[in-house]
Design a protein around this ligand. Sequence first.
Ligand SMILES: [Zn+2]
Length: 172
Amino acid sequence: MEASQVGDIEELIIELIERVAGEIGLVIYSMGIKEEFTDEQIAEELKVEINEVRKALFSLYELGLAKYRRIKDDDTGWMEYHWRIEYEREREVLIKELQRTKEKLEEKLKIEDTSVYYICLNGCIKASYEESMEYGFICPKCGGNLEYLDSSKALEDIKREIEKIDKIIKSI
Ligand SMILES: [Zn+2]
């Protein structure tokens, strides 16, 4: 694996964590704690609300990058969460996420590929061919002409994006 690709992967995982678990999630992940910890410990260390820490940790859990055990505190009767970040699953989670993105793009490609659109050049509407026929190819909002939308460039962009994801998946 080339150094530049490693950089890409790091960047992607950071992007993903920040998007799903927010800034706090990213900070927790970046702390690199290999042992178990409680949300109280992290809240204290970062000086943030425990609810925010918990929320971020559950987001990491949903992403597949954290797990927890619940232990009942005999003194207080409260449930304590003991967390562990699963750094070893990073690669797997990233691939899964990239594949999901790819599927969405392929879905979009299919829809775009078979549809013809007309748009108002003033940006009011985007209409199907049938709708545009009904409007007489005149924008119902501003009265401007509806013009055929050349989607070939958009399609090329999507295809390139898919190729890029394929390349990244192969390199991980
Ligand atoms: Zn218009």
